[in-house]
Design a protein around this ligand. Sequence first.
Ligand code: CAA
Length: 379
Amino acid sequence: MDFQYTEEQLMLRQTVRDFAEQELAKDARERDAEERFPTEQVKKMGELGFMGIQVDPKYGGGGMDTVAYAILIEELSRVDASAGVICSVNNSLVCYGLEKFASEEIKQKYLVPLAKGEKLGSFCLSEPGSGSDASALKTTVVRDGDEWVINGTKNFITNGVHADVYIVFATEDPSKGYKGVRCIVVDRDNPGVKIGKKEKKLGIRSSDTASIIFEDCRVPVSNLVGEPEKGFRIALTILDCGRIGIAAQAMGIAVGAFEAAVKYAKEREQFGRPIARFQAIQFMLAEMDTRIHAARWLIYHAANLKDRGEPYEAAASRAKLYASETAMFCADRAVQIHGGYGYTKDYPVERFLRDAKITEIYEGTSEIQKLVIARHVLK
Ligand code: CAA
């Protein structure tokens, strides 16, 4: 099997790279230090069509394939992994889910502005007591006439403070287990929505992560996404797509760290020569390069399966598992190659190392990815 980028994918890579280097690179370090959301940059990402890159153009999207989506997230994250996850969540956890499962009315009202980047979305599944065991959620939804009434607290919600639209998972009947879970769209300006604790994080610090509290939050019954009993399956289907996005984010972090390490190794002189001339450094670079290539193929394989309409759940988990380990490996080696300087804020590699860790945790920990893969191996 061979793979070649299409002209369209190559043009996209260049466009995203130019954007990232001109608009994200200049203050990525300051935004990280100040935990400042990239509001202006996200607006521009919307104008460039990055926020709904795969959505059908009739709903305001870019109509591109999943490989293009992976290129987009990799290129953003190569410079700024916070921008990468903001964009990834809007594309896969929100737009993809709405396009695949929501009614035409929801698509017109919510998907169109989300895909155009006029609004920002977030995905509210995790709770204080349910992370990996996602179906054990406690947020309730009760039908009252023409409305749903939602009560509960969601945790670790990416884009939580800045989102205009929330995709919320809540149970209508806890005795039914995952079959009681419903998927409902909620507007940020609903009086029943309150922003809770904003997390202070190790990495991806300029993305926002918050608790969202729903208190007698009333929404029209027409805001239900998909068939009522399929709510949990909708969440897992969306997460399969999201895992390709996080794998691509990890890939971008790995590449950013690798490129910084190569540059530094060529410039830094010790023992009378650039450190790139020493095998100890060369072996680290060779291992980073090999893992990056392997991770990229796993991501493109999962993306390609999805684009062909074939099952890709295990492929997405393999890609995320391996790419996130690759991000950690490459960022760690990049700091090592930089020596003492790598441990300071003067170089970007310490940020890559902090940012890499989350890719092993969110949208399913590495242990959950192994569980998904093992189920496929054993079934
Ligand atoms: N797609 C669609 N349906 C699926 C599915 C998939 N990938 N995997 C399972 N299902 C279906 C099953 O077929 C079953 O439905 P039926 O009975 O109708 O066939 C139903 O879902 C329940 O499946 P399981 O019994 O396998 O469910 P489980 O409780 O054992 O959980 C799990 C499976 C893989 C552990 C799952 O809970 C999981 O992925 N957990 C991790 C949650 C996660 O990734 N959270 C991330 C939060 S969001 C986030 O991080 C976003 C962010 O901020 C960036």
